[in-house]
Design a protein around this ligand. Structure first.
Ligand code: PNW
Length: 452
């Protein structure tokens, strides 16, 4: 009997690549005129970051980018999602432009293109210029999206002849609720709900400013979208009742960002639930916020399980203690999140195109032995998630690309350098890069355009 070996192929022209962000890899945090970001200030406060780590050197990518892009090409990536650091371009957030900063990204983009890798540029990945926190209260203030618009104009005008894929902002909830309503992300302000809801509204305005900037200055072929990390609710069984319960919970959980953007306003039920804490907006805000975009970027790492409860109402289950997770304690293994996340987004918001702008896993990998890191745990997690993404595409969800987070180990925010998400191991003392087993495997996947 001859057995067959079925191949899980991805669509032609599917975009495969890696993702990273400026504050997590660049270092050089005060070089050539860069101003401090709120993360530089946050890290300087004792007790905020694991191990007392800071962002001053990171992967030294500021100096090593050419070598890094050569390695990226060797490892088979043809797309790379990076971010521009606002405080490199406007050290004070406002005021005079720092031409050395613009010049840096000019050279970086040229170097990337010379390796045959297509850039996808995120305009804001959490590193707000610290001066704007001091002067205006950061995202609490409506002034921030205005200044962001000016910064976006400058970046798009400078790089727009070579960069055609733009992402406005990264993961709204992480720099609003977790940052202003909690203590573990900068600025760690612990504000009440009313203030936090207003930071969300200002973030949506910044997204709108980013879209406007790309439309005005992006030139021919420019495309723009937001990257969001929706709460992903996954049905316990793929039966109509559980699927409906998960979809309803998904829509409600993501109403404040994805709902508001695609609806062109806040849902009455959301405003009612917020009561006195509801965000305030001005006439015209939603013309900007809900201007059409070209794609929706999704960062998906995990999900929560939902079923139709005994009373027929949806209920979200808690994870039993034995439930498998990565070393990042929030990263429960839920491969089906890469099926239901894109699928619910497609059904609820009807984006023309979806890109998975991040997915991956954080583990405290030990250093290489004989030049090898056998991260079978990470490889298996990513492969299981990609099987589900393949199934979503097969079922008609318009997913056009996937970016693995991250190219190399980097500054994992409050978890510092101990928590590693890289396909490439980074020795932060010597700056030596060692591709892990995941990177070797992922090269074959990208090359075959299929799961191997
Ligand atoms: C994302 N969660 O953050 C960020 O965009 C990256 O900068 C970060 O390094 C990466 O994922 C890994 O953490 C997240 O609690 C932080 O679900 C927290 C969550 C999700 C994403």
């Amino acid at each position: 009997m001859a057995l067959t070996h079925s191949k899980l192929s991805f669509p032609p022209a599917f975009a495969w690549g890696y993702a990273a962000a400026a504050p997590q890899i660049e270092g050089a945090s005060s070089l050539h005129g860069k101003g401090p970001s709120i993360w530089d200030a946050f890290a300087a406060r004792p007790g905020t970051i694991h191990g007392g780590d800071d962002l001053s050197v990171a992967c030294d990518h500021y100096n090593l980018y050419a070598e890094d892009f050569a390695l990226m090409r060797e490892l088979g990536a043809r797309h790379y999602r990076l971010s521009v650091a606002w405080p490199r371009i406007y050290p004070m957030g406002d005021g005079a432009v720092n031409y050395a900063g613009l010049d840096y990204y000019d050279r970086l983009i040229d170097s990337l293109l010379a390796e045959g890798i297509t850039p996808w540029v995120t305009l804001f990945h959490w590193d707000l210029p610290d001066a704007l926190e001091g002067q205006h209260g950061g995202w609490r203030s409506r002034r921030i999206p205005e200044l962001f618009g000016r910064y976006a104009d400058t970046v798009v005008k400078t790089l727009g002849d070579r960069v055609k894929n733009w992402i406005t902002i990264n993961e709204t909830v992480c720099f609003t609720r977790l940052a202003y309503g909690g203590h573990d992300k900068a600025p760690g302000a612990n504000e009440p709900a009313g203030v936090v809801n207003q930071t969300f509204h200002h973030a949506l305005l910044a997204h709108g400013q980013g879209v406007r900037a790309v439309r005005e200055h992006g030139g021919p072929g420019a495309r723009v979208g937001i990257t969001d990390n929706p709460a992903v609710l996954v049905p316990v069984t793929e039966t109509p009742a559980d699927i409906a319960a998960a979809r309803e919970t998904f829509a409600w959980a993501n109403e404040r960002v994805l709902g508001a953007i695609h609806r062109g306003g806040y849902a009455p039920a959301l405003l009612e639930a917020d009561g006195r804490d509801a965000p305030r907006w001005q006439p015209g805000d939603f013309d900007l916020i809900s201007a059409p975009t070209d794609f929706l970027g999704l960062n998906i790492y995990t999900g929560a399980w939902v079923q139709a409860g005994p009373d027929g109402r949806p209920r979200t289950l808690s994870y039993p203690p034995a439930y498998p997770r990565a070393d990042s304690p929030w990263l429960y293994h839920v491969p089906q999140s890469l099926y239901w996340g894109p699928r619910f987004c497609a059904e609820l918001y009807r984006p023309a195109s979806i890109y998975i702008t991040e997915n991956g896993a954080g583990y405290d990998d030990p250093p290489p032995v004989d030049g090898e890191v056998h991260d079978l745990h990470r490889r298996d997690l990513v492969r299981n998630y990609l099987r589900e993404l393949h199934r979503a595409i097969h079922d008609g969800v318009p997913v056009d690309g996937y970016f693995l987070w991250s190219f190399m180990d980097n500054f994992e925010w409050q978890d510092g350098y101990a928590r590693r998400f890289g396909a490439v191991y980074c020795d932060f003392r010597t700056q030596r890069r060692t591709p892990k087993l995941t990177a070797r495997w992922y090269r074959e996947v990208m090359w075959a355009n299929a799961l191997v």
